[in-house]
Design a protein around this ligand. Sequence first.
Ligand SMILES: *Cc1c(COP(=O)(O)O)cnc(C)c1O
Length: 416
Amino acid sequence: MSGSHAAHSGKSEPAATAQGKPSEAVMGTYARQDVVFARGEGSWLYTTSGDKYLDFGSGVAVNALGHAHPRLVAALTEQAQKLWHTSNLYRVEGQEALAGQLTELTFAERIFFCNSGAEACEGAIKVARRYQYVSGHPERWRIITFRGAFHGRTLATLAAGGNDKYLEGFGPEADGFDHVTFGDHEGLETAIGPETAAIMVEPIQGEGGIRSIPKQCLIGLRELCDKHGLLLVFDEVQTGVGRTGKLFAHEWAGITPDVMAIAKGLGGGFPVGAVLATAEAAKGMTPGTHGSTFGGNPLAMSVAREVIAIVSEPEFLDAVQARALRLKQGLARLKDLYPDLVEDLRGEGLLTGLKLKARVQPAQVVKAATAEKLLLVGAGDNTVRVMPPLNVTDADLAEGVERLSRALAHVSKSLS
Ligand SMILES: *Cc1c(COP(=O)(O)O)cnc(C)c1O
C-alpha cells in the first residue's frame, strides 16, 4: 500500500530514503551523523545496511537499560493492548503507581508527569515561583542558574541556561533568570536578592561538559537556600535514574532538593519526564495551575514503572558502581596512552567524560569513534561523553574501551 501511494504521489519510497541521502523534509535542526539504525539489542545498534555499532551514548543518556530490554518491551506491549490514553480528566492508575514508587524512593511527596526534560524543568520553575507566590512572596520569582548549564530548548529553559548560541534569533530572552559563573561562590551570594525564588542547578552539568559540583558545594547550596527562604531545584534530567551509580546524583552529597526535574533515563527510551517536589514546595500547585495533555500517559507510565523497579534495586546500583569503576580504569589507561589528546577524566558512575586538550575537538573524537563503530556524544567545554547503558556487560565495556583506544590512536596520528 505505502509503495503504491509513494508511486502515485511521485515521491521516493520510504525504504530508499532510509538507505540513501538524508531527507530534506525533516527540518534541519540537527547536525546528524549519516547512519540509520533499524534495530537494537542490549548495548548494540544495527543499521539498515547491516552494520553493528556499540552504543556508548545511550541516546544521550536515555537508554538506561540498553535497547529492547525484554522487561520494558513486555511492559509496553502489555499496556498497549489495554489502554493508551485517557487524558488527565480522569485518574490514571499508572501515574499513581509510579508516583508511589518515586515518593517511596526519594525526598519527594508530590509528582507531576510530563513528556520531556525541558517540560520537567519548566514545571520545576513554575512550582518554585508558585510556592513563593502562595507563601506571601509574589515578588520572589527570579531563579538563579549557572553558566554552562543546560535545562532544555523551550523559551524559558533557554533563558535559564543562558547559552547565547541557542538564544540568538529567537527574540527577547525570557526574564527571570540570573546567571552565576560556575564555581563563583561570592557571585552566587551577591546574586541572591529580594526577588529570588530559587536556585536551579544540575548536580553534574551534562551538556556543559560533565562538570561536577563538589559535594561540599551542594551542601553549601542547601544551606544557602535554607538561610534565604529559597527553594533548591535540581535538574537531574541527565544525572538521574541510576546514571551516576545512585538512583539520583544528589544522594552522593547526602542532601535533598525541594524540587527536582527528571526525564531522559526515566522511560528507558520512551518519552517521559517528571517534576518531583516536597509537599511544602508543591503546595501552590492546585487544580488548574499546570497541565499536559500527554503527561503521565499510560504507555509512558508502564515503561517508567518497570525502569524504576529495575534500576532502584540496590544490587543493580552496586553493579553500576562496579562497572563505573572498570570504565574509569579503562579511561585512565587511555589518558596515559594519549596524553596529547586527553586532559582529564570527568564524571561519576556511568556519566563519564573525557576532557580533551585544546588541539582536538570533541567532534573529531566522535567521528573517529563512529568509524570504529563506537557511538559517543560530544559536550561543551571540549568534552566527549562516554555513557554506556547502565546494564552494559563487562565484555562490551572492555570492547568499548578498545574501540575508543583505536579511535584516539587515529586522531593522534592525524594531528601529528
Ligand atoms: C537533556 C536535558 C534537558 C532537556 O531535556 P529534553 O528532553 O531534551 O527537553 C534538560 N536538562 C538537562 C540536564 C538535560 O541533560
